[in-house]
Design a protein around this ligand. Structure first.
Ligand SMILES: Cc1cc2nc3c(=O)[nH]c(=O)nc-3n(C[C@H](O)[C@H](O)[C@H](O)COP(=O)(O)OP(=O)(O)OC[C@H]3O[C@@H](n4cnc5c(N)ncnc54)[C@H](O)[C@@H]3O)c2cc1C
Length: 415
């Protein structure tokens, strides 16, 4: 959903992606084992306890949590580790977003970030989130009030005038009420991802880019083939984002039924006069538009969710135009120039809850996927949950006793 501090320009390079990753899962999965791969030979640098497929925020968090205990390798298809969704998001950490298990995971993540990552300057900065109920959305006020009451963190109900003091460009005459979560933070995603991997490497983890896994075989161990090596390991972590179902099929396992939903974002000049840096991330109560400061610029989105397929997705002009229209209606902002636009795939399970834990039929194959619009802000807690599952080797037939996971049908969603 939300986006925060400006990544370096060019964070979304035009790296081509192999055709093998472009197709949609249209046919029923092939559950037969893939062909035999070459054996790893000799005393070998390609033998690990765990291979993590995917080097986005999920793969990085998994490596961070696992590396103190096991020999870990991260295999990333692209030349850059944040080429796909992770590099297209940046993030706000908000505990007033999505369903209760997500809020709880975000709360746990916040505790980890503010203790174990406390020394990192710039990792978290104050942002605040302002949810706007527009005129005509009367029913939303009740919902907003209920959400505020149930929230484990402070969420204040504001009148339009008070909301306007926080976000001066808001047209108060079009605003019925607002909810304010003052404690919401912006996360420097790039910094967090690099720190996860720095800590993982300090425990001996290997990180390999340009290492697309193209074949998987399993007997007593796993064999993962990339273009120039075969990795042998005991456990596989599937952190392949929008491609997680394809990776499962490659491993001869059933897909979850994940859906990548495309979301658009664009940058535009901040209004003159300064001060925009302190505005909150301001969002329609139905999450149908949002805007927020982005360094010296502003970022906007129509918060779109177009079903898509795993691919190197691009923004469509019509979505940018729609966002501009919505933001221009509810504010006095006059958006005349789009400086940059992009889209990313937010990938969801059917219940929009994360899928983290061992596969039902193969306990050494671990999912860390379905992270939707919350994968950054939940990564410290979910990285730990994933590591606990790997280390304790739970019986996959028994749902875990961890509170979040019993609530989260996403764990074993639709399989
Ligand atoms: C516009 C936008 C705004 C967002 N705002 C927020 C927010 O405010 N807060 C928040 O918490 N989240 C937000 N998100 C969501 C967040 O970005 C995602 O949940 C998160 O980045 C998902 O991380 P990931 O590691 O699962 O996926 P990815 O970053 O896509 O990583 C998966 C990786 O797996 C690799 N891969 C795939 N197949 C293979 C293979 N066969 N072999 C090797 N590697 C492979 C891919 O190359 C890719 O790098 C936002 C997303 C978008 C698009």
């Amino acid at each position: 959903m939300l986006v925060a501090p400006a990544p370096a320009d060019g964070l979304i390079p035009n790296v081509p992606i192999a055709d093998g990753c472009r197709h949609q899962i249209a046919e029923p999965p092939q559950l037969s084992r893939p062909p035999t791969l070459p054996r790893v030979s000799g005393p070998d640098a390609n033998e690990f306890d765990v291979a993590v497929i995917g080097g986005g925020i999920a793969g990085a968090a998994a490596a961070w949590a696992l590396a103190p205990h096991l020999r870990v390798v991260v295999l990333e298809a692209e030349s850059g580790l944040s080429y796909h969704t992770t590099g297209r998001s940046a993030a706000v950490l908000t505990e007033s977003y999505e369903a209760e298990p997500i809020r709880a995971l975000t709360g746990r993540s916040r505790s980890i970030l503010t203790t174990e990552f406390a020394g990192m300057s710039g990792l978290l900065t104050k942002r605040g989130v302002l949810w706007i109920v527009s005129i005509g959305q009367d029913a939303a006020v009740e919902r907003a009030l209920a959400a505020a009451r149930e929230s484990p963190v402070t969420v204040d109900l504001l009148d339009p005038g008070t909301a306007q003091t926080l976000c001066p460009v808001l047209r108060r005459e079009l605003c019925l009420a607002a909810l304010h979560e003052p404690g919401a933070m912006a996360i420097d995603v790039d910094l967090l991802q690099r720190e996860y991997l720095r800590r993982a490497r300090s425990h001996g983890a290997a990180v390999r880019t340009n290492a697309r896994v193209t074949g998987i075989r399993h007997d007593d161990q796993w064999y993962l083939a990339t273009n120039d090596m075969t990795v042998r390991c005991t456990h596989v972590v599937n952190a392949a984002g929008a491609w997680a179902d394809e990776v499962a099929i490659m491993a001869g396992l059933r897909p979850i039924g994940l859906t990548p939903l495309r979301r658009t974002a664009f940058l535009f000049p901040a209004p003159g006069g300064g001060g925009h840096e302190s505005w909150p991330c301001t969002i329609g109560i139905d999450e149908d538009w949002y805007f927020e400061p982005y360094g010296p610029l502003m970022l906007g989105s129509n918060a779109d969710e177009h079903p898509d397929v795993p691919r190197d997705v691009r923004a469509e002009d019509i979505d940018v135009a729609e966002a501009i229209e919505k933001i221009s209606t509810i504010t006095t902002l006059s958006i005349r120039r789009v400086l940059k636009q992009w889209a990313g795939l937010r990938t969801f399970a059917a219940d929009r809850l994360p899928v983290v834990g061992p596969d039902r039929t193969e306990p050494t194959f671990h999912w860390y996927a379905g992270l939707g619009g919350f994968g950054i802000m939940t990564s410290p807690a979910l990285g730990r949950v994933l590591a606990d599952r790997v280390l304790t080797r739970p019986d996959p037939a028994e749902p875990t006793s961890a509170t979040w996971a019993t609530e989260s049908r996403g764990m074993y969603n639709d399989r």
